[in-house]
Write a protein that binds this ligand. Sequence first.
Ligand code: CP
Length: 310
Amino acid sequence: MQVIEAFPTPENIANLQLHADGSLRHLLTLKDLDRSMLVELLDAAQCFVTKPGEPTARSQSLAGRTIANLFFEPSTRTRASFDLAGKRLGADVLNLDVNTSSRKKGESILDTIYTLQAMHVDVMVVRDASSGVPAYIARHVNDHISILNAGEAELSHPTQGLLDLLTIRQRKGRFENLTVAIVGDIMHSRVARSAAEGLHTLGVGELRLISPAALAPDPDEMPYASLHDNLDDGLRDADVVMALRIQRERIGSLDGIPGIDEYFAKYGVSAERMAKAAPDAIIMHPGPMNRGIESNRRSPTVRRRRSRSR
Ligand code: CP
């Protein structure tokens, strides 16, 4: 018999993710983190950046700690990043294989968590298709354990959001006076939500969300952003363009969503469409990328560089 677990919708998780002194206990969402906390996290991440081919930055700051990666949804980038980051900081890292875990036999998520807690896991990195799961786990673990949200339904992907903020800061050096355009399936995108929350807190000049009407967010959800259904209008003079894939796994009905060829024609980020953006615009994509749908088969950036050098 399959056990159905009901997860509470996180309402105010600010108190849950911060210690009383304002420091981070868990990382559940970017929504409630203030500017100074975001800058502190970006500065800390920047310290670990090395050039390709150089030895990776390492420390023993997590020596003696154990991290469990609990990915109840597929992942390539996030899971590999947490695995490598944990090892490079000196932690023991456990990658739980959910396909062979006892949740498949009906074990509740809390029983799985309590079992890992008994094994002295200190940090749990959680990805789940249901909203509320990271906060639900955070409410139930012992005080010394931290929960890191590695992707929660369509709601939140805070570490991807931080990575996107860091990339923009590295390439553009600022957030003020920048125009950022996010293109694609905004309605079902946790990446778009976390990026938008972080960009808003850091004072981005203008945030545009571009999608077909059937994939647009509720207009009241991100009142600081403008909604567009025309790609050329949305891209005009943009400094940063972020393309998103259609989150097919979270879409109930395809009604109102254009077929692949029409979608690419209207919303695909190609070299030709990028001509509308600022000349030094950067293109970002969180991956996984569906080439030929939300982008060219070949990278528009490569084509732009080639066409300029002719
Ligand atoms: N961007 C991102 O979350 O990728 P993965 O699903 O591969 O982790």
